[in-house]
Design a protein around this ligand. Structure first.
Ligand code: SF4
Ligand code: SF4
Length: 206
């Protein structure tokens, strides 16, 4: 069999089957152009603390198109500009994440959502291969056995941080509805970072 003639996706599947659970990122950036990277306040703070970037330089509010709304189930939406419901996400440039410059510019502080790829956490100690992975990820079946214990810890943290963020978004939306905050992506970002945005602190902390 001439392996070179096989489609790349088949080769990746073969590699993943022959060496299940083995993975080593090849830093090709393919996964960084496939998804909108939704973030929490904790993700943002890690990037700012690590690199000192201005939040407005890398964050944006994205309106989720109806056709893919089901894939955003569980991602809280804040009330932003012109009363639209938006998800907070990393900006994109030339069709890929703004931090992808060949390789990830914020790798040690990359959002928790980025860390699981090419695997999907199923809850408990269970993971499976992300069905998109064979179409793009050359790291499958390479390197040593992947450290799923590490990933599990990251996923448990992710769950906690998303829960805290969800409550924060709920509070924000209530503030907007009561007229105590002006809806915009900018003011929302300031709010999640704890900057006063014309909102009484007592309301934020209630
Ligand atoms: S933050 Fe890094 S890993 Fe995540 S999508 Fe952007 S470039 Fe890729
Ligand atoms: S597609 Fe796979 S190999 Fe490429 S950057 Fe993403 S995880 Fe790494």
């Amino acid at each position: 069999m001439n392996v070179k003639l096989l489609p790349r996706v088949t080769i990746r599947m073969l590699r993943a089957t022959l060496k299940p659970g083995h993975f080593e990122c090849q830093k090709c950036g393919a996964c960084c152009s496939k998804y909108t990277v939704c973030v929490t306040d904790s993700d943002i703070k890690r990037i700012i603390n690590f690199y000192g970037f201005s939040p407005h330089s890398f964050l944006t509010g994205v309106q989720v198109p109806d056709s893919v709304v089901h894939t955003y189930a569980g991602i809280p939406r804040f009330i932003g500009d012109r009363g639209r419901e938006l998800v907070l996400a990393l900006k994109e440039k030339n069709g890929r994440c703004i931090f992808n410059e060949g390789e990830c510019k914020v790798y040690p502080a990359r959002p928790l959502n980025c860390r699981a790829f090419p695997f999907l956490w199923l809850g408990g100690r269970k993971f499976k291969l992300n069905p998109d992975a064979p179409f793009m990820c050359d790291g499958l079946g390479r390197g040593g056995k992947f450290d799923f214990e590490w990933l599990l810890e990251e996923m448990l943290l992710l769950e906690k941080e998303w829960e805290a963020y969800r409550l924060m978004v709920e509070k924000w939306n209530n503030l907007v509805r009561s007229g105590a905050a002006t809806p915009s992506t900018r003011t929302f970002i300031s709010y999640v970072l704890g900057v006063k945005v014309g909102v009484q602190e007592s309301l934020r902390d209630s």
